[in-house]
Design a protein around this ligand. Structure first.
Ligand code: SME
Length: 157
């Protein structure tokens, strides 16, 4: 997919999510809607979901794709790094990421994007895995950061 095609696709998904999420402020409904849309509209998304902080644990939230680890070993792997360093991470080859947690041996590359509430507290990460090496770039990062920012947007309801 060209950069232009990919950006256009993300922008259409963004507008669709924006239109849908106004129905409720529930972050769970919004996260579920986001993963459903992303997973089915982005061709290389093999596992798409959220891990959220629950009393100091990082546990799985809404997701689509094969069954994944319910709880991630503390301060280990890509998702925990995103939480601890409060930043998005693009991992072109998961086998080269020290401590990577392989929920599926089919996952080859990964992107993690933090989710913040309106006071700037980090609550979760969006995690997307691909069966292809090097599937994610700065366009994915920028567009996914814009999409997860919608989770705690005030709605018109
Ligand atoms: N690979 C992640 C764990 C979650 S699965 O990819 C769904 C990690 O290293 O944190």
């Amino acid at each position: 997919m060209s950069n232009k095609t990919k950006t256009g696709r993300y922008q259409r998904i963004f507008r669709q999510i924006e239109g849908l999420i106004g129905a409720t402020r529930s972050p769970w409904s919004r996260m579920s809607t986001i993963v459903a849309l992303l997973h089915h509209k982005m061709p290389d998304f093999f596992w798409t979901g959220f891990y959220y902080l629950d009393n100091g644990d990082l546990v799985v939230g809404p997701y689509q794709g094969p069954v994944a680890c319910l709880k991630l070993k503390k301060n280990t792997g890509v998702c925990w790094t995103g939480i601890n360093e409060k930043r998005s991470l693009i991992v072109p080859d998961v086998e080269k990421f020290p401590g990577h947690i392989a929920c599926s041996s089919l996952s080859k590359s990964e992107i993690v994007v933090p989710v913040y509430n309106k006071t700037g507290k980090i609550l979760a990460v969006l995690d997307v895995d691909s069966k292809k090496l090097n599937a994610f770039d700065e366009i994915d990062q920028r567009e996914l950061e814009k999409i997860v920012a919608l989770i705690y947007e005030p709605s018109s309801t």
